[in-house]
Design a protein around this ligand. Structure first.
Ligand SMILES: [Zn+2]
Ligand SMILES: [Zn+2]
Length: 350
């Protein structure tokens, strides 16, 4: 089974073909997030350069799914992560990718290479332990059986979402995406990612295990605070939602089960706008993107303070929590059961 990965779109793609690989220059990663940067990346598989109608070009990499996963696990996780964490991640990344191939959200390829889909940074960060985790779980996915009046109606591969840190409670699907119940994405309390329980050395050890280098630049993501002056907030909000004017109130209208806001009213001197769901709110209130939409707002003496929890949408697996579970000896099946309650491991034959 092969997957088509859209790696980047640029006015013109700079690349070099080598014997079995190719090198793409100036690949942008973390687009729109706070770790946004560019680097050169090397890939296996086939390269296609597509000429787009607007004059730009897109580099598309076609590669065996299992090889794609080896790179994704290497990109998402540190090589020294506990093996059970890497295995859990291999299963959910595989499940997610197969779902994405059935219903691509991009034109002309199945997935992109950035955080929008799954981080896929080619061979440079590839490591043996990630490869071992993919091989050890070869073909395994999470599946869910829908039942109606006790009868099995249909079995499907789970759309396994994940993110960095839940902040203490995981979120349900409808807070982030469509208004539907996804039975294996439940809101569960998660103390695993509470690093205040850990001694500083243990905390640092786990953080080094879980996060690739650039993510270690991100501190205090479980409980965080952001402050803006009136002028700063007005500039940010109006750059994202023009014409609102001077912001006079930020009113959470609805929260999901973790506390993440999925509907927010921005009251301005010129007009009022209701925005949501969680990602739109995170973009609206930050130059780049807030850690999460789980926050309380205060406005005193010209200073807006957002006091928040968690990093990411919160639906599905909490990567930091799962890392701590694995570091404390839990197996990958137990980790998956915790964050995707009701789903089961399976190796479908295709
Ligand atoms: Zn994408
Ligand atoms: Zn957590």
């Amino acid at each position: 089974m092969k997957i088509r990965v859209g790696i980047l779109t640029a006015p013109s793609i700079a690349y070099e073909r080598h014997a079995d690989t190719f090198l793409l220059k100036n690949v942008r990663i973390g687009i729109g997030f706070h770790w946004d940067r560019t680097e050169d990346q090397e890939f296996a598989g086939e390269l296609t350069i597509r000429n787009n109608a607007d004059g730009t070009q897109t580099a598309i990499n076609t590669i065996e799914l299992e090889n794609y996963l080896c790179s994704v696990i290497s990109s998402e996780m540190n090589a020294n992560s506990p093996m059970e964490l890497l295995k859990a991640h291999a299963v959910i990344s595989r499940s997610w990718a197969i779902r994405a191939m059935e219903k691509p959200s991009h034109e002309g390829f199945d997935v992109c290479a950035d955080d929008h889909c799954q981080r896929y940074e080619g061979l440079r960060r590839m490591n043996e332990r990630a490869v071992e985790a993919v091989r050890a779980t070869a073909g395994q996915v999470l599946m869910y059986v829908q039942k109606d009046k006790g009868l099995c109606t249909k079995e499907e591969i789970c759309d396994c979402r994940y993110y960095k840190c839940c902040g203490g409670r995981t979120e349900v699907w409808r807070t982030c995406w469509e208004d539907k119940d996804v039975p294996y994405i439940r809101s569960v309390s998660c103390d695993w990612c509470d690093m205040s329980r850990q001694q500083p050395e243990q905390r640092n050890r786990i953080m080094r295990l879980v996060l690739n280098d650039y993510d270690q630049e991100t501190k205090d993501f479980r409980d965080w605070q952001v402050r803006y002056t009136d002028t700063e907030l007005d500039d940010i909000v109006n750059s994202k939602h023009p014409g609102i004017g001077h912001v006079t109130a930020l009113e959470p209208l609805h929260r999901g089960e973790s506390g993440r806001i999925d509907s927010l009213r921005i009251v301005g001197s010129e007009r009022t706008e209701v925005i949501g769901k969680e990602l739109q709110i995170r973009y609206a209130l930050s130059k780049k993107c807030l850690y999460s939409s789980w926050f309380d707002v205060t406005h005193r003496e010209g200073i807006w303070t957002l006091t928040g929890h968690g990093w990411g949408h919160g639906a599905g697996l909490c990567q930091i929590g799962a890392a701590v579970m694995a570091a404390e000896g839990k197996g990958y099946e137990e980790i998956l059961r915790y964050y995707y309650a009701g789903a089961r491991l399976s190796t479908p034959t295709r």
